[in-house]
Design a protein around this ligand. Structure first.
Ligand code: KIV
Length: 279
């Protein structure tokens, strides 16, 4: 059983921490069956499940509905849920919306994007019993400020800011920090500086753990695989093949076969036919 304590122990013992996003009942079941340690209901669901242009459009209602489905698929898993864009702009919003993710959704913790500017929200959440995960580097909810999905740590100033933000988040009490699209050497520096685990995505292999998007590793996100991901299977291709086989078999009348059908016995059929004829 994985929880906050085991995550900290994994860092101390040098055991890699494995997170994967899950968005619904089957993806949660598959992630747990595959041995993933912790599940993240990321707001990436807006793009990979709902077809939104960015995570900015994700609502609390979207999040709660998906967290509930993940919880049904993985009752014992430690589920971290993203606080969506603008849902933690104030301390009051952060408390209200995190409460909903835990109470209505069944999450065990929340994740929010941002550095030192968000320490009031983080401290208030922890004081109210909500474990918080941080997220630094490329924070997709700020895509409109960044002007695209590009690394935000590219020089000495931005690297030092990342380190300072990571320290501020640790002091505020987060249990771990996601480092997204951070140069590998900087991610390693942050990892060595902190007592809490770092979880990388596009941040090299020296973080304490890794997180990936379910659709990216399974090849379900149409024809695009981001650089920070590895496609372990082309599930899209496999599923499309299965669908075209189904279409073909229906058209040529080889599906359903007798083994896919239910039949009644001939005597009963005769009785029904006789009844119809007598009417
Ligand atoms: O929303 C998400 O899936 C995430 C991961 C990329 C870390 O935040």
């Amino acid at each position: 059983m994985y929880n906050l304590k085991t995550m900290q122990q994994q860092k101390q013992q040098g055991q890699k921490i494995v997170l994967l996003t899950a968005y619904d009942y089957p993806t949660a079941q598959m992630a747990v069956a595959g041995g993933v340690h912790y599940l993240l209901v990321g707001d990436s669901l807006g793009m990979v499940c709902l077809g939104y242009e960015s995570t900015v459009f994700v609502t609390m209602e979207d999040m709660i509905s998906h967290v509930k489905a993940v919880k049904r698929g993985a009752k014992d898993a430690f589920i971290i849920a993203d606080l969506p864009f603008m849902s933690y702009a104030t301390v009051a919003d952060a408390i209200k919306n995190s409460g909903r993710l835990l109470q209505e959704g069944g999450a065990a913790a929340v994740k929010l994007e941002g550095g030192a500017d968000f320490t009031s929200q983080i401290k208030a959440l922890i004081n109210n019993g909500v474990p918080v995960m941080g997220h630094l580097g490329l924070t997709p909810q700020s895509v409109n400020v960044f002007g695209g999905y590009k690394t935000q740590v590219a020089d000495k100033k931005t690297a030092l800011k990342l380190l300072a933000d990571a320290q501020a988040l640790q002091e505020a009490g987060v249990f771990a920090i996601v480092l997204e699209m951070v140069p590998a050497q900087i991610a390693e520096l942050v990892t060595k500086e902190l007592n809490i685990p770092t979880i990388g995505i596009g941040a090299g292999n020296r973080c304490d753990g890794q997180v990936q998007v379910f659709h990216d590793i399974s090849g379900l996100f149409t024809d695009f695989t981001p650089r920070q991901a590895k496609k372990y299977v082309d599930a899209c291709l496999l599923i499309q093949q299965a669908i075209s086989d189904y279409v073909k078999e229906v058209q040529e009348d080889s599906f359903p076969s007798p083994s896919n059908a239910r039949c009644i016995d001939n005597e009963l059929l005769e009785q029904i036919k006789n009844h119809l004829e007598s009417c």
